[in-house]
Design a protein around this ligand. Sequence first.
Ligand code: ZN
Length: 486
Amino acid sequence: MKEKINRRQLLKNGFGVAAGLSLNKMILAEEVIKTSVNNEKPFEWLYESKMASWWFTIEDIGWPDYEVEKKWLRRAKAFKKAGVNCVVTFGFHFRWDFVPLLDRLIAMLAKVVEICHDNGIRVVEHHSAALVFRPKTIEDRWEIRKKNNHGVSFYPDSWEDVYYKGSEMAKWRHVRASTGKQPHFSTSYENFCPNNPDLQKAYEDMIKRYLEKVRFDALMSDDLDFSPDYDVCVCEHCKEKFYQATSSTLPNWEDKNFWGNKKNPLFLKWIDLRYQWSAQHYERVRNFLPDNIALWGCASDCLTPWLVTVGFSAQRSFKHCDAVFREVYHKIQPDNKIGILAESAAFSSMAKQMNKPFITIFYVKNSEDKKAWFDIISESGSRPWVSKHVRVENAVEEEVILKDGYDFIDRTKEINSKPVVGVRFSQKYRDSLEKEAASKYHRKYIELFTKLRKQGYRVEVVFDEYVGLADTKSFKQYYDLKEYQG
Ligand SMILES: [Zn+2]
């Protein structure tokens, strides 16, 4: 335990130093980070992982049940035969919606973990720690059916009487500056604010309830962000934290000298603070999670200007996690090979610089696509997580996709032996730009990546917080994207 705290503390301090202190001190801190981070691989098994989704459906709530249990046993055997050595739970995703059934869910999960462990398969417990469904009309419910049929559609009718151990969950929600109300967006989502101390307390309590009964191997905790836009969140806790960080009161929405004004350093600070606040979720969870359980979160990208709207930075959050994780958005399929590889190179760079495993989920339409996916994922230097597709009716199941075996080839050594070109990508700079200029900055990266890959280089992206962690001396060339003209 002590050793681990030191490692994390050093990493944390190292990042802090790199952000502000003198060069000498910075170099010293960088050396400490390198030795303290790079010599440890606390979750060796992740480097060998061959993952698949383990879907729960509405019938699983009926457990204890003979047929349900037989289904789980059949699936575990099929996965074992295919070569899957780790499954990630999926289905009861918006976990706060299941609070009235939580003990039943925990007991069910414990049984699944037991079955999987008996078959040599590790289990990652995966859920949203912030999102809930609150449809208001029958049309909203149809929308959930159309777009989220891969998940179990279970949600309370309203916010009335929704409590977690006496804490009124409705009060955990984000508040928008533009409306003064809670955001209610895409497919009837509402979400909780990571700065709300009652949510923080309840989440810790909930995970500890799991841990008493379920021996899962890793936790994937999703969605602590500030969707859907930069005017989220202005709840009393966010206002207070903003004041603590800036000694300024958060301006009202009418103040257009602040809101949306990229020339105002205080607004840029607001943007930066939201990234910090979502990252603090992972810092808190890592602190209370037992040492032998790995932690990671979810990010579909880490480069696009869109990220400023949701206030989530993989760069910031994943430094508190034990793995770097990427979700290839379900609409992106192997025909967009370069697009996938360009974005993944940035994730893979973070993983390499922090000496953490890199994991990618991708949504496979059918078994014929498996090879193309495995080729891309292995070129990106990632461990694979095979999942069925999520927006089609009767999607082909993982057991069918993998029926001929999990023939993933790890090409990490070959890829790491390629000459490296570094690309300095600044999130801070990107976020200071207006929309079109920020998009252009991102496009320049894709162009440069495409060119360098064609020339046989491995591209290593260096983000603001990772300057001290990258082995820049090994770079054949080092581009600052800001200066690059194409
Ligand atoms: Zn808030």
